[in-house]
Design a binder for this molecule. Sequence first.
Ligand SMILES: [Zn+2]
Ligand SMILES: [Zn+2]
Length: 946
Amino acid sequence: MYACYRLSIAFMPHELPKTYDPSAIEPRWAEYWEKEKLFHVETPAAKTSEPTFTILLPPPNVTGNLHMGHMFEHTESDILVRWHRMRGETTLWIPGTDHAGIATQMLVERQLESEGIKRTDLGREKFVERVWEWRRLYGGNILKQMKRLGDSVDWSREYFTMNENLNRVVREVFVRLWEQGLIYRGEYIVNWCPRCLTAISDLEVVHEEQQGKLYEIRYPLVDGSGSIHITTTRPETMLGDVAVAVNPNDERYRELIGKKLRLPLMNREITIIADELANPEFGTGAVKVTPAHDPNDFVMGKRHNLSMLKIMDEHARINQNGGVYAGLDRYEARKRVLADLESQHFLVNAKDHILAIGKCQRCGTVVEPSLSMQWFLKIQPLADKAIAAVNNGHIRFTPENYKTIYLNWMNNIYDWCISRQLWWGHRIPAWYCTKSGCAQSKSDLKSRPIVSRENPSKCPDCSSAVEQETDVLDTWFSSALLPFTSLGWPEHTRDLDVFYPTSLMITGFDILFFWVARMTMMGCHFMQDMPMPDGSNRPASEAVPFRDVYIHALVRDAERQKMSKTKGNVVDPIDITDKYGTDAVRFTLASMASPGTDIAFNESRIEGYRNFANKIWNAARFMFMNIDKASEAGAWKQGNLASLVNDTYKLESSAPLVDRWIEARFQQTAHDVNAALAEYRFDEAANLVYQFFWGDLCAWYIEAVKLRSDFSGRARTQAQAALNHLVRMFEGSLRLLSPFMPFITEEIWHALWQQKEPVRSIALTRFPLGAELGRADIAAIDQMEIIQRLIEGIRNRRTDLNVAPKQKITVRIFTQASTEALINSNRDLIEQGAHVDNIEFSPESMARVPGVQTTNAYEVLVVYERKIDVAAEHNRLSKELEKQESEFIRTERQLGNEGFLAKAPATVVEGLRRRHAELEQLVSKTRVALEALEEDSASGSNGAHG
Ligand SMILES: [Zn+2]
Ligand SMILES: [Zn+2]
């Protein structure tokens, strides 16, 4: 904790180390937040009307390490969570990890392999113990990383999808779905991974193109009247052919439909059938039908009631149905089958062909479509509710186009194969009778397994012993339930009453179908039965798992390439935060995060925001120095602070312009930041805070305060007022910045309050809401802008004229009386800001004086005794004129564009009109100056002033 205060008799100085070192700050605060349980949420009484904000962290795989995608997702989530919390809402962010069935099992298998042990050597129970052991030793890494990044989650609610209580809940869900007739067992063609020895879902198959061959094979007719040529890319599967299919509209084969063929090599009779799935454009238009090893053929097999002949085992080796090829691996079998076809003159030709290959996402093995006994969830009844939830607006998507993508997928959904042939996962709560012939034994395809909440001890039919189904559930089955199971379902808990539906789901597009769609289906289905807190029936709008879905973009490398291990362009979030500090990385990600736009992650931008953090640090040190100076002079008391940040604080209308200006800019920025965050415009919000903190507070206001920091003598009251306002603005800005840069703001905020803080963390204070600007505020901003532009103009002119930096100069200004008064009352700012020691006012326009700069508010001439370079001045004015004219034409064109006028917001159009009028005047003024210069040089006189 911050405890290095040096005690002194009169006051306690505010101390920050000289240089900003995030590595000295961040781990300390991360630990503090966790130890103090700062983000723990007590469940409020059920009948609270307080707004809540609930968000479920997409559980990373327990095997994982954080990558940049996570860091991006967590940054966006944490900004929103901290923002909502600071808005006074009861804010709950639930963390957890996923047991990640295949991924974890493979990892532990590999570990065992290195010890020379096979999974099967250990047996199921011992293996699962090993996985738990692995999880205990290594599974917490990703959580540690999250803590380091400062994720403000409620750690007391951390879940793991394989925990005991989740296992009970998963079982409850499974049994209910079974009782509702929505779960069934069936033979089905699934994607089978011969390496992982499990069925994998369509979503887990990676499709690739590969160079292969298209074979044309001759199948002779049984009656000896000829033959038909079929085309295939996988000749080895012919061993399992049960038919040949042609399109019913294909004239070439019409006569042959129904005739018998003799299957080469196998010497089996098969029939020619007609089916729409046979594509006349593909090869010869005749295709072999292998229902047990091809998804299309499976559909045809069902339609034509063909037998489903399996010719491969689980390792994709030819089985006993493959005759002499039995025992061969599928690729070896292909070679042998082709050789035999060729020698027996059945192979007609082989042409190069691009194949679409499906590979196992986990291990890269080519997937074998295979017939197997699996468990399925009848999806349509659940999908209907999930479609309605989105169509009725109970769930909203940002960016909006994901709504269409989601609905497209939902409208073409298939039954979900929920079983996996793994050992690590929720084991399916179904049992079979061990007595063969019993109706509940596994051998009978039509058998009805015993599905039960409690483990049965014997068969209810014949009292024989029972054995549990060996399959486990797809990992996504348990994670689909998280929005309600993490809040205590199936009990009707207060947590469910208060926090369900959750407010928001932030996740990546890659798991929109895996997870978001399935959570929606499960949430709508199971929560509709849970009464509302007042006992009434739950409307559909309250059954949804979340109200908003925000799909974040991808983090790519600086060249917009996808980050991948093979390309070697992966940025490790922990390395990069160690290098620049978490705050700088978070701010970089936020400043680039606009909905729907991928991020091109660039280290130079992090450097920029690391400089921003430095700037804040140095500004804080300046402020502390002033507080200490004032304390010593008796012009500051610790008690001041509380009254300054109080909402009742009002700046007097007689306060200096610069004070009223910074207050107005603060209110405006805070207001706009809130509006931007409400629409997930992280980039806009971050850039607004940046502009205010650096561009206004540091670059202008602190410079102005320096002019009023004399705490002795007559200027003391002014100095006090300036310091008060600086502290107020700075403290407010820290709170504004806190969700984006939680560490540095916590550090400075604690240093500012010096252990006398009214609350324990800046994260528990209130976020500035800002205000719509009143007329006086807008006037202050406009007036300050005149002063700022004047100072900048003079500075530029000094550079043009090569005036030495320390050389003080005189400026002559022509303007109207009100601006003259404005300039007079801000003389010190101008003199200090532009190194001016004398401001004169000209009684008449100086438009024709060479070197004069004109704006709509004033004309200003830097009086500097050096001959001006006419050519350079001519050049400058010409360029200026060109710029003004082209902008004038542009605005004129825009204002003449009906389409633009119809769509653009009124304030934009209004601003454009004003600018158009200004430009018109500026153009004519610049023309006059240019003419004057030309006349001057023609008459031989050379202006005395520059
Ligand atoms: Zn695999
Ligand atoms: Zn039995």
